[in-house]
Design a protein around this ligand. Structure first.
Ligand SMILES: Cc1cc2nc3c(=O)[nH]c(=O)nc-3n(C[C@H](O)[C@H](O)[C@H](O)COP(=O)(O)OP(=O)(O)OC[C@H]3O[C@@H](n4cnc5c(N)ncnc54)[C@H](O)[C@@H]3O)c2cc1C
Length: 455
C-alpha cells in the first residue's frame, strides 16, 4: 500500500487499528473456501464515522475495500487484493434486546453463538442457524443471506432483518427499513442489501427479529433402500402439513463414508433421513411423530428410530454433523457447492449427479437440506491436477440444476468461487440490471469489486 494512504489511515484510526504486517496480511488472505489472496492492508474501524472516512478516501483514490466479518464464508466474499475492513475488533456489541417487540439491535460482528447465549435468559433466539454459528457473525449472515438446517421452518437471514444502518459505497450513512413487522413504503432496499455480499454497502448496525424459543424438540432417524423413497417420503410428510424445523439427508456415498468412520448404519440403509420437530406442546409433537410413522410405512423404511433422550438425540445427529469430515476419504480436494432445486426435482438431480460422477470418474457425495431442496453437492478430486476436470463436472451439475429451475447457490453465495458461472444462470439483461444497482450504491466500484460476476 502506498505510504501516503497508510499515513492517512494511521492518523484516522491510530496505529493500533491498522496493519500491513505480513503475518497479519496472511491471516486475512483466506476464508473457508481456502482460496488465498493477499490484501494490501487491514483496517479495524472503531465506529461508523471511521468507516465513512475510509470509504470517502477509497473513493477519491479508487482503492478496493473488502468488508469482513468472521471470515467463515464459503465463496471468497471476504478476501481480495485491496484493503480489508475488519469489523471483528470494534463491532461486537449487542446494543439492546427488546423482548416485547421481539427484536435485538446490535453491531454486525456479533457472533451467532454469542447472540443466542445472550438471548437464552429471555427465552428468545435468532433462528438462522448456519453450521458455522459458533464462529460466524450476524453481519456476515445478512450479507450472505445465510441459511442453515432450520431454514425449512424458520426461513433464512433476510427474513429477520428489520432495519439497518449502512455506509453505502458512495460514502453516505443511511438508516434503511423500519422496526415494524409490515413495511411496504418505497422499494425494498433491505431485500436488495440482504445477500449483497458486501458489494453495495457496509452494515454498521442491525435490528433483527427474534423468536421465542420452543420448549420441546424431538429427533427421528429413518433409513431407506433408495434416495427416491427417502425424497418421496420427505415430501409426503411436508405436503401433509407437518413442518419439521430440520429435515436433512445423507446419500449412499455419504452413508458409506460414515460407516467407515463408525459402523452405524445397516447395509440396507442406502439413504438416511434425519428429522427434528420442535414446538411448545409435547402431545402435538407426539401426534406428528405418529403421523410421520404412518406416512413412512408406505416407503418401507429399513430404520425408524425416535430419540428418547439427549444421548440418543446426539447419536441420531452424529452422521449429519460428521458428513463433511467422513466424505474426505473420497479425495484430497473438495469442490463444495450448494445447489438448490425445486423440491420435486431433487431425486432427478441426485441421479444425474451420480451419472456425472461416473462420467468423470469422480465421487460426488451429496447431503444436506432435503426439506428445502438445498443440496450440498461435493465434487472430490483424487489429485490436485484434476481441478479442470472437477470444474467441468461442476459446470454440468450447474447446467442440469438450472435446466430443472434450480439456482447456483442456496446459502453460500457467489463471491469469487462462483462468479464465472453467473452468465450460465442469468441473461445479459439481468447482469446489466445487477451492475446498474451496484453503480447506484457504489458509483466507483470500490466495495468488493470483482465479486458476484459483476465485472
Ligand atoms: C464449517 C462451516 C459451516 C457453514 N455452514 C453454513 C450453513 O449451514 N449455512 C450457511 O448459509 N452458511 C454456512 N457457512 C458459510 C458462512 O459461515 C456463512 O456465509 C456466514 O454467514 C458468513 O459469516 P462471516 O461473519 O464469517 O462472514 P465473512 O466470511 O467475513 O463475509 C461473508 C460476506 O459478507 C460480507 N460482509 C461481512 N460483514 C459485512 C458487513 N458488516 N457489511 C457488509 N458486508 C459484510 C463480506 O464482504 C463477504 O462478502 C459455513 C461455513 C463453515 C466454515
Amino acid at each position: 500500500m502506498n505510504p501516503s494512504a497508510l499515513e492517512f489511515f494511521k492518523t484516522l484510526l491510530g496505529e493500533e487499528n491498522l496493519s500491513n504486517d505480513p503475518a497479519v496480511l496472511s491471516t486475512y488472505s483466506y476464508d473457508s473456501t481456502r482460496l488465498e489472496i493477499l490484501p494490501s492492508c487491514v483496517l479495524f474501524p472503531r465506529n461508523t464515522q471511521d468507516i465513512q472516512a475510509i470509504v470517502a478516501y477509497a473513493n477519491t483514490h479508487k482503492l478496493p475495500l473488502i468488508p469482513r466479518g468472521a471470515g467463515s464464508g464459503m465463496s471468497g466474499g471476504s478476501i481480495g487484493g485491496g484493503i480489508i475492513l475488519a469489523m471483528q475488533k470494534h463491532f461486537r456489541k449487542i446494543l439492546h434486546i427488546d423482548p416485547l417487540n421481539l427484536c435485538v439491535r446490535l453491531q454486525p460482528c456479533v457472533l451467532n453463538s454469542a447472540l443466542n447465549s445472550a438471548l437464552a435468559p429471555h427465552n428468545l433466539f435468532f433462528p438462522p442457524d448456519p453450521a458455522s454459528a459458533s464462529f460466524s457473525s450476524v453481519g456476515g449472515n445478512i450479507a450472505e443471506n445465510a441459511g442453515g438446517m432450520c431454514a425449512l421452518k424458520y426461513g433464512v437471514s433476510k427474513d429477520y432483518l428489520l432495519s439497518a444502518e449502512i455506509v453505502t459505497g458512495g460514502g453516505e450513512i443511511l438508516r434503511v427499513g423500519h422496526n415494524t413487522y409490515k413495511d411496504v413504503a418505497g422499494y425494498n432496499l433491505l431485500g436488495l442489501l440482504s445477500g449483497s455480499e458486501g458489494t453495495l454497502a457496509i452494515f454498521t448496525e442491525l435490528t433483527l427479529k427474534l423468536k421465542p424459543k420452543p420448549t420441546h424438540q424431538r429427533s427421528l432417524l429413518l433409513g431407506f433402500e433408495s434416495i427416491e423413497s427417502l425424497a418421496h417420503c420427505s415430501y409426503t410428510i411436508l405436503s401433509k402439513g407437518i413442518t419439521p424445523c430440520a429435515m436433512e439427508f445423507l446419500d449412499t456415498l455419504t452413508t458409506q463414508a460414515l460407516n467407515k468412520l463408525k459402523p452405524i448404519y445397516p447395509k440396507n440403509a442406502q439413504a438416511i433421513l434425519i428429522i427434528k420437530l420442535d414446538g411448545n406442546f409435547l402431545p402435538a409433537l407426539e401426534y406428528e411423530i405418529e403421523e410421520i410413522r404412518k406416512i413412512a410405512k408406505d416407503f418401507s423404511p429399513s430404520i425408524f428410530k425416535i430419540a428418547q433422550n439427549a444421548q440418543e438425540e446426539e447419536e441420531i445427529w452424529f452422521g449429519r454433523k460428521n458428513a463433511s469430515q467422513a466424505n474426505s476419504i473420497y479425495g484430497v480436494k473438495k469442490l463444495n457447492e450448494d445447489i438448490t432445486l425445486p423440491r420435486s426435482c431433487v431425486p432427478n438431480f441426485l441421479q444425474e449427479a451420480k451419472k456425472i460422477g461416473e462420467k468423470y470418474s469422480l465421487k460426488i457425495p451429496c447431503f444436506g437440506h432435503i426439506g428445502d431442496g438445498n443440496i450440498h453437492t461435493n465434487v472430490f478430486l483424487p489429485s490436485l491436477d484434476l481441478l479442470p476436470i472437477g470444474k467441468d463436472a461442476i459446470k454440468e451439475l450447474f447446467s442440469f440444476a438450472l435446466s430443472l429451475g434450480g439456482t447456483l447457490s442456496g446459502e453460500h453465495g457467489i463471491g469469487i468461487s462462483k462468479s464465472e458461472y453467473m452468465p450460465m444462470a442469468f441473461l445479459p439483461q439481468h447482469l446489466e440490471l445487477f451492475k446498474n444497482i451496484k453503480h447506484a450504491f457504489d458509483p466507483n466500484n470500490i466495495l468488493n469489486p470483482h465479486k458476484m460476476g459483476l465485472d
